[in-house]
Design a protein around this ligand. Structure first.
Ligand SMILES: [Zn+2]
Ligand SMILES: [Zn+2]
Length: 329
């Protein structure tokens, strides 16, 4: 018979339980160490049996405290874990939220986005299936670390009403574009380094070169290249160019914008955080190697992220104009 689940008061205030920072369980013959502050996958009635794959069928939580029943030889079945739940996109959609959160917030969440809540529960340590990695995502950052497109990440926190767990409100800062809508990783945004803000592409104007020269001499804005294009090596610099002019390769790299959101199939890896990180790394390197040759630049692109630069240099990036400051973005 399964032991009766204790109340939080019993765990915290009775002499029957003691708190532990770490507990080891056997899972499918392997040892799984659970520690305070670990993020974990939790099984529930509808969780598919077997190994945790992506974790779609699991609940997700953070371990807050571990309690062991005194004198029980520290068995799994008498070990309890106090957890904070993560809420997924679907959980958030089912909540009663205040008007300011309800309008745009639920639909701006990504498919693998988790919202950290203060909703506490006591679960059996048996319900923990595996460790979960949750990446911190700051959607205002222009050069955040890569988050793979199927990885779990979080950027928001939510307070859940302890008396009614169907009600809550967002407790973290929600960064918004000038249109008032937060970033949703399926939509594209451009970063304006001058305003240090992100804007939806559909909230900015396309850059047209009319202000710089007669439009007849310059190509019209191009549409994004199909993702099926065969990758090709960028053209080597023309030997007739004056030595001080940036090489075509360099010009091409400098034209890659800081963008995030769904760009193309090749860019799935950078979808959530965007192109900022590899570009920043390149610009840092270049500031120290202003006279680098074409081959040195190519070697550096390989060093930073070969796959990224291959895709980004193939892609025909449209330029936009920041509605706030007029910069080309
Ligand atoms: Zn917008
Ligand atoms: Zn701007």
């Amino acid at each position: 018979m399964a032991p009766k689940q204790p109340t939080l008061d019993q765990l915290q205030n009775s002499q029957m339980y003691e708190e532990r920072l770490r507990f080891e369980v056997k899972k499918d013959g392997e040892s799984l160490a659970i520690e305070k502050n670990d993020d974990v996958f939790v099984v529930h009635k509808r969780t598919p049996r077997g190994k945790v794959e992506n974790g779609d069928g699991h609940w997700k939580a953070t371990v807050d405290k571990i309690y062991i029943k005194r004198g029980s030889a520290q068995k799994k079945k008498t070990t309890w874990v106090l957890v904070h739940w993560y809420y997924g996109r679907q959980d958030i959609a089912e909540l009663q939220l205040p008007r300011r959160d309800r309008e745009d917030f639920p639909r701006c969440l990504g498919a693998t986005e988790l919202v950290k809540s203060d909703h506490l529960s006591i679960i059996s340590i048996n319900a923990i299936d595996d460790h979960l990695e949750v990446h911190q995502f700051d959607d205002a950052d222009s050069s955040g670390d890569l988050i793979e497109c199927r990885a779990w990440y979080m950027r928001y926190t939510i307070h859940i009403d302890p008396d009614n767990t169907k009600r809550g409100h967002i407790t973290s800062t929600v960064n918004k574009c000038r249109c008032g809508v937060p970033y949703q990783p399926n939509t594209r945004q451009r970063y304006c380094a001058n305003c240090t803000r992100w804007f939806h592409e559909h909230c900015t104007k396309r850059f047209t070169p009319t202000a710089l020269a007669s439009s007849s001499t310059l190509p019209a804005p191009s549409s994004p290249a199909p993702s099926t294009l065969t990758p090709s090596t960028p053209a080597p610099p023309s030997p007739t160019l004056p030595s001080l002019a940036p090489s075509p390769l360099l010009q091409h790299i400098l034209a890659i914008p800081t963008a995030h959101g769904f760009i193309a199939a090749w860019a799935r890896h950078w979808e959530t955080v965007g192109t900022g990180k590899p570009l920043e790394e390149f610009h840092d390197w270049r500031s120290k190697h202003l006279h680098a040759s074409h081959n040195e630049i190519q070697a550096q692109l390989k060093e930073i992220d070969e796959e990224f630069f291959k895709g980004a240099l193939e892609h025909e990036w449209e330029a936009f104009v920041c509605e706030e400051c007029g910069s080309k973005i």
